[in-house]
Design a protein. Structure first.
Ligand code: AMP
Ligand code: ZN
Ligand code: FE
Ligand code: FE
Length: 289
């Protein structure tokens, strides 16, 4: 069964492998009807994705972004859905965040070189192309140069949070991200809350803080979350009266075992609730009818 919605995917505008058009073609061919493109710190893929989606009767694009934020010892990723790519304040913020990624990426490459992994920063930039540069691009350069076998191995030993060449990037706090998304008229959704160094018992206190500043949703039906994790998160969305959303976080860079768009147990009711709620937002004109 393919879900009717998938609210978390990446294209070549950030660290995904498929162009926005290729991604939309894949998502639509899977049978997903409501699809959010949520590149890291970028809406550069949205116009192309909308155009690519026009040939499908039962396909609708939701413009979004994924913000990375830091808390003590862990990361909180925040999806902003229904954000307008034509919003100048949004673009100024995304530009600033992408600039920060450049310095940080070069910092990681310098650390790698000090450790004898002689990849070139210029090669990483070539791999990233127009994209918002990220660690997966560095991982790819490491694979290409033969220092690791696959992208995941690069994260495990070198560039993951506990890796020897990890460098933090200048980030917002999760509260800043929620407030920014709301000020731009969109919907804030905490992505993959049971990952990124956050233990199960830390989820509720963080959630409480973020709901306190207006966060409206949390990703419950995420990629390969186990039924017990999904149920724990779903109950929290009931308790705090927020929307339970879900996404595949499809990147197309993790090889054959990567879950395809729409291969998530997202109930139709979650899609309907999102669309209904979307119509109450300042940016309601971005909600598919
Ligand atoms: P960055 O935006 O540069 O901090 O890189 C974050 C991205 O790297 C995430 O969106 C994932 O696509 C990828 N990533 C993070 N952790 C891992 C991991 N342990 N294994 C593989 N990919 C990862
Ligand atoms: Zn990513
Ligand atoms: Fe993420
Ligand atoms: Fe993501």
């Amino acid at each position: 069964m393919v879900s009717k919605g998938d609210f978390h995917t990446h294209s070549t505008a950030s660290d995904g492998r498929l162009s926005p058009t290729e991604l939309v073609d894949l998502v639509a061919s899977q049978g997903v009807q409501y699809h959010a493109l949520t590149d890291h710190d970028s809406t550069q893929g949205v116009a192309e994705a909308i155009a690519a989606g026009e040939k499908y009767e039962n396909y609708h694009l939701i413009p979004g972004v994924e913000f990375g934020t830091d808390i003590e010892g862990a990361e909180v990723h925040m999806l902003g859905l229904f954000l307008s790519p034509h919003d100048e304040d949004l673009q100024a913020k995304l530009w600033e965040l992408r600039e920060g990624r450049l310095n940080r990426g070069e910092g990681i490459v310098n650390k790698l070189r000090e450790q004898g992994k002689m990849i070139e920063w210029s090669r990483v930039q070539e791999i990233a192309g127009e994209a918002s540069v990220g660690r997966p691009h560095i991982a790819e350069a490491l694979v290409e140069a033969g220092y690791v076998k696959k992208v995941a191995d690069a994260f495990d030993t070198l560039i993951g949070r506990n890796g020897t060449a990890y460098v933090k990037r200048p980030n917002m706090t999760p509260e800043d991200a929620v407030e920014f998304i709301l000020a731009r008229g969109g919907l804030a959704c905490w992505a993959h809350p049971a990952d990124m160094g956050i233990t199960d018992d830390q989820v509720e206190p963080i959630l409480k803080r973020l709901v306190g500043v207006g966060m409206q949703a949390m990703e419950v039906f995420y990629k390969d979350y186990k039924p017990a994790t999904i149920e724990m998160l779903r109950l929290l969305t009931v308790k705090y009266d927020i929307l339970p959303l879900g996404g595949s976080d499809y990147h197309g860079i993790f090889g054959n075992d990567e879950r395809l768009p729409g291969d998530i147990p997202l109930p139709d009711s979650s899609v309907e609730r999102l669309l209904e709620f979307g119509r109450t937002l300042p940016n309601r004109e971005l909600v598919p009818s």
